[in-house]
Design a protein around this ligand. Structure first.
Ligand code: PHE
Length: 452
């Protein structure tokens, strides 16, 4: 084995891997993004397309990504280099690793800004800013907050520093322990909030919006957004799960783990939707309010329910931790590459990678205030970045991962890595990555560029 592979760590147990991968998947994507894009894309029909994408593309591609990472045992670029040599494939396959690293940076730059909002809301909850407030006051609070670049920069900086610190210290040392308590905590709190949502006058209307499919509201762009979100929420298509898979101990069932992660991730997103939409309709708000949706709805609940002060603090603290366990996986491919390929120390690699994403984050910050008038292709910078990464780069990355795992990698190798309980399940997986997932991504892209 070469030195690069020996430098590479391993998760302390299979449980630690499952925790970390679930931590990567469950994050702002589930609680912040899913409700607002569902709101913007008309509800139920969008949710169905998203669920189909999770099942038909998400799970098989997650298995492929973990399996490839486990076989290559390095950062995405060098993993691809190892695998392409083993398979005798064309050298250009290693660009797939590169695209992942770039996508990770781009996503992290705006992810940290939004996670900064959650951080600021911990303080707002603590100081009682929501108490007794109605929807108008909560909206004003949010609008004033995002209008201030200085405040947004402050919280973005704090979050990015936390991410860099955790990654520099190695993942096993603190975060693993924190996530162990906070993830179940988040889950319990969501269930409690569902209980609260059920008491609202428009609970039924909220549920109807979320689960009743009205396909007339579905545009091709909604389909693209739903597919992109399936990749985003499962952390797929950019090498994050591939790097995590490279630290995977050999006794883990890749298939079972992938299904488990996908189910947990989906449940959290649906719970968030079940909470948010009844609040939206009961307070005369609009489901298509955009990225501020959870910040304009949940505080109303916290401001008016018994124990709301404490629940509000706990909720935003947990949201920040869920975001942290995702942000570290966004930066890890780049850090692993700098350490393994450029022989940089882990600390230095974190500083470089973090600093670059931090600076880029300013563009997102300004697109909510002083630069909101600047539009490229009809989108502000944040929207453009989100579209480029989630809707284009991740599905393209996922497409090539599926093609590589299904068509390029040798049959024996993928079978040996996946260790499926029987031949039949292996064949189903193979069919999905060879045909179903790539064809689905391809067809959706064809529609979007107007060929079909
Ligand atoms: N899955 C994370 C979330 O839902 C975001 C993420 C995307 C993390 C891509 C890693 C890679 O918040």
């Amino acid at each position: 084995m070469d030195i690069k592979k020996l430098q590479h760590g391993e998760w302390s147990s299979s449980f630690a891997f499952i925790l970390a991968a679930t931590g990567s998947a469950v994050g702002l994507g589930n609680i912040w993004k899913f409700p607002y894009i569902t709101g913007e894309n008309g509800g139920g029909a969008f949710v169905i397309v998203y669920l189909l994408c999770v099942g038909l593309m998400g799970v098989p591609i997650m298995m492929a990504e973990i399996m490839m990472g486990h076989r290559g045992k390095q950062n995405p670029v060098d993993t691809m280099n190892t695998l392409l040599k083993e398979a005798g494939a064309d050298k250009s396959w290693h660009y797939l690793g590169w695209m992942g690293i770039v996508a990770g940076f781009l996503i992290l730059s705006y992810y940290s800004v939004i996670a900064g909002w959650a951080l600021a809301y911990v303080v707002k909850a603590f100081t009682g800013s929501f108490s007794g407030s109605g929807s108008a006051e909560i909206k004003e609070l949010f609008d004033n907050f995002i209008a201030s670049p200085v405040q947004l920069i402050f919280w973005h900086t704090l979050f990015m520093l936390a991410t860099m610190l955790i990654v520099a210290r190695g993942i096993n040392n603190g975060l693993e322990k924190a996530v162990r308590f906070l993830m179940p905590g988040l889950f319990v709190l969501l269930i409690l909030l569902v209980g609260y949502a059920m008491t609202m006058t428009s609970y039924a209307q909220g549920i109807y919006f979320l689960f009743n499919p009205d396909f007339s509201k579905l545009t091709f762009n909604s389909v693209l957004t739903a597919m992109g979100h399936a990749f985003f929420t499962l952390s797929l298509g950019m090498g994050a799960i591939m790097v995590y898979g490279s630290y995977l101990p050999s006794d883990v069932s890749i298939a079972k783990t992938s299904i488990l992660i996908a189910v947990a991730d989906t449940v959290v997103a649906l719970l968030a939707g079940i909470i948010v939409f009844p609040i939206v309709f009961s307070n005369g708000l609009h489901p298509d309010s955009g990225p501020g949706l959870i910040f304009q709805t949940l505080p109303i609940a916290f401001g008016n329910m018994t124990g709301g002060w404490l629940f509000g603090i706990l909720f935003f603290v947990m949201l920040v931790f869920a975001a942290l366990s995702s942000s570290i996986s966004l930066i890890e491919p780049a850090v692993a590459w700098l350490v393994e390929n450029q022989r940089m120390s882990r600390e230095k690699a974190c500083i470089w990678a973090g600093l670059t994403a931090w600076l880029l984050g300013f563009a997102t910050i300004f697109s909510f205030n002083i630069g909101s008038g600047i539009k490229i292709f009809d989108r502000n910078f944040f929207q453009l970045l989100d579209y480029l990464t989630a809707n284009l780069m991740l599905p393209i990355g996922g497409f090539f991962i599926a093609v590589f795992a299904g068509w390029i990698m040798q049959h024996q190798h993928s079978e040996q890595e996946l260790k499926m309980p029987d031949r039949q399940s292996y064949r189903i997986w193979k069919f999905l990555v060879c045909y179903v997932s790539p064809a689905a991504v391809f067809l959706i892209f064809l529609h979007v560029v107007g060929v079909l």
